[in-house]
Design a protein around this ligand. Structure first.
Ligand SMILES: Nc1ncnc2c1ncn2[C@@H]1O[C@H](COP(=O)(O)OP(=O)(O)OP(=O)(O)O)[C@@H](O)[C@H]1O
Length: 240
């Protein structure tokens, strides 16, 4: 039985008059990849942001490796790959700068990058195949390369829990395979990953477990059980 990487209990998130999450319950085990499915507006990004601690739940509790989100972030335990729409791609940062952000939480008392930090950044860049593009401004990458840059930031961080918001949106087949391969390696190493996706067909090969969301969790478990027509009708055909 794996330890829980993420526990979400009764989490409710409201934006003014919009109820984005309504008492969501979820457990993401360490050493497994959990796919998060739901239609547009079902609350997937809100759930990931609540786990990350960048959205504060109106009710309920989130624990990441047994800690509150803020504490887990302070310890650099959570790696986050945001949805492309949530990133300002015009920001004057190179790919290497973005990956180096992963080391911020691990810098020594002088807050200056040491040899070990620089080596972790270069290794992460190479691992995602972006070594040659390291000096390029982040917005001048393709969709798949941008996702790989953010994944490299998680690698440099040595995150133990990964949250990925639509990592395959706008990504070609070879980048998709590269990202999936890397995720499988990290999960085999004990990382717990929660990955939101629209791609129902890819889910059984990508994920160990699946979660179907529509403001709350409608179904969770093995992908082939979760993807049953009656569940999909509830999630995509107009849930309560
Ligand atoms: N900052 C915000 N202010 C107001 N409403 C918001 C905000 N962010 C999200 N919402 C609303 O909350 C609901 C859930 O949105 P969320 O982005 O979490 O869904 P999602 O499943 O990630 O959607 P998508 O698949 O389209 O990315 C939607 O109705 C959305 O319009």
């Amino acid at each position: 039985m794996s330890a829980a990487a993420i526990e979400v209990r009764g989490v409710t998130v409201r934006y003014h008059d919009v109820l984005a999450l309504d008492g969501a319950d979820l457990t993401v085990p360490a050493g497994r990849l959990t796919g998060l499915l739901g239609m547009n507006g079902s609350g997937k990004s809100s759930l990931l942001k609540a786990i990350m601690g960048i959205v504060t739940p109106d009710a309920g509790e989130v624990r990441v490796l047994g800690r509150a989100s803020r504490e887990a972030r302070r310890e650099a335990l959570i790696g986050y790959v945001p949805q492309s729409e949530d990133v300002d791609w015009s920001f004057p940062l190179t790919v290497r700068d973005v990956v180096a952000q992963g080391r911020y939480g691990r810098l020594g008392p002088l807050r200056r990058p040491r040899a070990v930090d620089r080596a972790a950044v270069e290794e992460a860049l190479d691992r995602v195949g972006l070594g040659e593009l390291a000096d390029r401004q982040i917005g001048r990458l393709s969709g798949g390369q941008r996702k790989r840059a953010f994944l490299a930031r998680c690698l440099a961080q040595e995150a133990r829990v990964l949250l990925l918001d639509e990592p395959f949106a706008g990504v070609d087949v070879s980048s998709q395979a590269a990202i999936t391969g890397l995720l499988r390696e990290l999960v085999a190493d004990g990382v717990g990953a929660l990955v939101s996706t629209h791609d129902l067909a890819a889910l059984p090969t990508l994920a160990d477990d699946a979660v179907l969301l529509h403001r709350r969790v409608l179904a969770a478990g093995a992908p082939h059980d979760v993807l049953r027509p009656e569940n999909l009708a509830l999630a995509f055909g107009g849930a309560p």
